[in-house]
Design a protein around this ligand. Structure first.
Ligand code: ATP
Ligand code: MG
Length: 417
């Protein structure tokens, strides 16, 4: 894409009404737009990052047998009454409304109820199981505080997968696979080293649920981390008994602040019982389906990446989630520089490399300041100076290396990658 055609612009100043680093940087770089507290629009550059994050998640969910679908955000009160979760005392952050034709609906906070209800239509026999179903869906939650930028929206995207298994053993085996897929997702998203498997409250038929917590002061959670073993326990269940049960030693633990980027839950038969989701096994006996749920907030993950890797005036996106693969910066407007930049852009684009080509008629200083903010990890500068030195200046911002190389060398990099 030619940067001269990009409608968004960067800003010099951070917005005054934001305290979160992720929101400040992403608004300055033109990645997001604040509609109101807790509601952000994703602009072209930001949407590319979000889509790449979703791509990684989709890839890993398909890899463990997930089937993608798309449920509705409008939800029926009658379905939710079956578990008692329509009540504001049970879920305190519902957005609800009344239909003009009569009847109440809610905006999806989560999807266990409608999906379990839907699956009763398809699951009858052991032959129909296991089933792993997921979606990327907008959730609405009337969160009390919304000061963490895209890490806590009142409207936000969630990837939620639900597992339907025949037995506790089948469930546990999948739970382990999902855990490993999550580890791969956070690795690929560039924050694996700072993200820890954390025991938390709230499992049904298992004493714990598990969260993936990324270390950052911008987080709202407190966890106790065993760095050597790379596991943690959430403050909300921290006690002598729990530590003993998890085989953790108090002296090995560090109290740290983190943000929950994902979580996995054993749901047991809580939802299948409520909806009569059963199956007939090989011996003709009727059994309840064992369920699990597995969530990740792609927007929260994107915000966490910025919190961890962003600087005051710059960002360096991990390669797999960057809005573009390469930022091609054309520094002067003479014929030779222009045709060199254009040729490189054409060749790379033909190879499927996503290139943002800064072809704008602005100063070199403005170009570099914008490139720092936008955060594409690889940069190729075409200038008279570089051409005289025999090529193009290539910067790998992650490795922090700069070299002048022939444009073929850059092209070859992407052919072999
Ligand atoms: P928290 O305790 O931080 O509010 P949660 O326990 O409510 O999180 P879940 O309901 O399990 O979270 O949602 C699954 C995932 O969705 C979370 O791990 C997180 O990544 C994401 N998520 C939850 N709430 C929000 C939000 N308000 N904005 C953005 N992402 C969110
Ligand atoms: Mg919450």
């Amino acid at each position: 894409m030619r940067q001269s055609e990009l409608f968004t612009k960067t800003r010099k100043e951070a917005p005054k009404d934001e305290t979160a680093k992720n929101a400040k940087l992403l608004i300055r770089s033109g990645f997001i737009h604040k509609e109101m507290a807790g509601a952000y629009a994703y602009l072209p550059l930001g949407y590319r990052v979000l889509q790449r994050i979703c791509g990684i998640i989709r890839d890993e969910m398909n890899g463990i047998g997930g089937q993608e679908l798309h449920l509705t955000s409008l939800q029926d009160k009658r379905v939710w009454e079956k578990t008692g979760r329509w009540s504001d005392e049970v879920i305190d952050n519902w957005f609800k409304t009344t239909l003009s034709a009569g009847g109440e609906v809610g905006l999806a906070t989560t999807h266990e109820e409608p999906l379990t209800n839907l699956m009763t239509e398809f699951i009858h026999s052991y032959k129909d199981l296991p089933a792993y179903v997921y979606q990327f869906q907008t959730k609405f939650r009337n969160e009390k505080r919304a000061k963490s930028g895209i890490m806590r929206g009142r409207e936000f995207l969630m990837k939620d997968l639900y597992s339907f298994s025949r037995s506790q053993e089948e469930h546990s085996a999948f739970y382990e696979e999902a855990k490993n897929a999550y580890i791969r997702i956070f690795d690929r998203a560039g924050i694996g080293e700072r993200t820890f498997f954390t025991s938390a409250s709230g499992g049904s038929f298992s004493p714990y649920s598990h969260e993936f917590q990324t270390l950052t002061d911008a987080g709202e959670d407190t966890i106790y981390l065993d760095r050597t073993r790379k596991i943690a326990v959430n403050d909300e269940i921290y006690s002598e008994d729990v530590l003993k049960d998890l085989g953790l030693l108090k002296d090995d633990l560090e109290k740290v602040t983190a943000v929950e980027v994902g979580n996995i839950f054993s749901l047991g038969t809580k939802f299948s019982d409520a909806f009569g989701l059963t199956y007939i096994d090989e011996t003709n006996e009727k059994r309840p389906v064992i369920m699990g749920s597995y969530g990740i907030g792609p927007g929260r993950l994107m915000g966490a990446i910025v919190e961890v890797l962003g600087g005051k005036n710059e960002m360096i996106w991990p390669k797999e989630v960057a809005p573009f693969d390469l930022h091609l910066i054309q520094l002067s407007d003479d014929e030779q520089t222009k045709s060199e930049a254009e040729a490189l852009y054409q060749k790379l684009t033909q190879l499927g490399v996503e290139v943002l080509w800064d072809d704008r008629a602005v100063s070199a200083g403005a170009k570099f300041a914008d490139a720092d903010l936008i955060g594409i990890p690889s940069r190729a500068v075409v200038s008279t100076k570089a051409l005289e030195a025999g090529g193009v200046e290539f910067t790998d911002r992650i490795e922090d290396s700069v070299e002048v190389v022939a444009s073929e060398v850059i092209i070859n990099r992407y052919v072999t990658e």
